[in-house]
Design a protein around this ligand. Structure first.
Ligand SMILES: [Fe+2]
Ligand SMILES: [Fe+2]
Length: 370
């Protein structure tokens, strides 16, 4: 029986000491090498045999956009003013928690604005790093997936991801006020995905888990933001991400019916581990460090806020239905259902899966026909 300790390096899900002990120890690193272990597969079977992937590939070809010309980069962005507009949202880092006796009770308006600014710098930086992860993983899928239709589709996704890294890097450089290095929990997850020798684990880790979470997180930020450039940028990125998550669902669905129960259990455990790593990353430990406050105190307060759990739950609103569609939720003894229940995210199981909804999120085609 694999325990939490085996998978996560800790028994208790909310063990803050253990979570904080994972931190980025090399913030000045420029090049990061990871050894890939999977076979690179040629296929001599060029038969188009996966209709759902053929459809997705055609959709991808007509939904390409150009970051240079489809977005208006001349729009000025006053980051502080945007943060002030959302001031209540920033203070709600702690929701309704009583801050009396903590350092935060002495904070004035400027401190809360600074926190909001840092949180935005942090979020966009992690999106950018995650996008590079997607770029690399999808290039890897071109090499490792055995079907020609999937290689074709993945090739279009590689282009999409290059565009995503490009737009987040440009927005950070020209509109915001600072960068953060990759979060250690995210980096650990990306390393695990890339180094796994089973080709479908790249899909499960990236297309289902990382991109599933990204799709929900972009949607949340898109709704919260009133800044027109960021709003459109996120809407366009989401159009692509919905296809990418659908690519994962449509590719793995049949494949998973061929796996035995031990192999399925390994996929369930991988999905759970990825879910916890992503939840840990959203604790934003580096922001508190930069604010110069006691990180553990800040996170203890954050975790005590019931609204916080609702927010991190929403981030799983795409992942849970997609795992269900793949049969992972209830396979075997329903292990993943139990784990997602412990994480407090099982309520999303019957939300729409992305294999069915990607077309409706295609803002790029909708704009062109409008
Ligand atoms: Fe992306
Ligand atoms: Fe993507």
């Amino acid at each position: 029986m694999t325990t939490n300790y085996d998978m996560l390096g800790r028994d208790e899900l909310n063990d803050l000491e253990a979570i904080l002990s994972i931190s980025n120890s090399d913030v000045d690193e420029v090049i990061h090498a990871v050894r890939a272990n999977s076979d690179v597969l040629f296929t001599w079977d060029y038969e188009r045999s996966k209709p759902a992937l053929i459809k997705l590939y055609e959709k991808a070809k007509t939904s390409q956009w150009n970051a240079e010309t489809d977005l208006d980069w001349s729009i000025p962005v006053d980051q502080e003013a945007e943060v002030r507009k959302n001031q209540n949202a920033n203070k709600s880092a702690f929701g309704e928690i009583d801050l009396k006796g903590t350092v935060f009770s002495t904070w004035g308006e400027d401190d809360w604005v600074k926190l909001g600014v840092e949180m935005q710098n942090w979020s966009l930086s992690q999106f950018m790093h995650g996008e590079q992860g997607a770029l690399i993983c999808t290039a890897q899928i071109v090499e490792t997936v055995p079907w020609i239709d999937a290689k074709y589709y993945a090739a279009t996704q590689v282009m999409d991801e290059a565009r995503h890294v490009e737009v987040f890097a440009r927005y950070l450089d020209t509109k915001l006020s600072g960068h953060y290095p990759v979060n250690a929990h995210l980096k650990m997850l990306l390393d695990d995905i890339i180094s796994d020798d089973r080709w479908d684990m790249t899909y499960l880790g990236m297309q289902i888990m990382v991109e599933g979470l990204a799709l929900a997180a972009f949607g949340f930020m898109q709704q919260m933001s009133s800044e027109p450039l960021l709003k459109k940028l996120l809407r366009y990125v989401m159009s692509d991400e919905a296809r990418h998550v659908a690519f994962g669902v449509l590719s793995l669905q049949d494949f998973y019916t061929e796996l035995n129960s031990k192999e399925i259990r390994e996929r369930q455990e991988f999905a759970y581990e990825a879910a916890v790593r992503m939840r840990d990353r959203f604790l934003q430990q580096e922001v508190w460090e930069r604010m110069g406050v006691d990180v553990k105190e800040a996170l203890t307060l954050t975790l005590a806020d019931p609204n916080r759990n609702a927010f991190s739950g929403v981030l799983f609103s795409k992942i849970v239905p997609n795992c269900k569609k793949l049969g992972l939720l209830d396979a075997g003894d329903g292990w993943l259902r139990t784990k997602f229940t412990e994480l407090g995210v099982i309520e999303y199981e019957d939300w729409v899966d992305t294999g069915s909804e990607y077309d409706s999120l295609d803002a790029v085609s909708q704009d062109r026909t409008a």
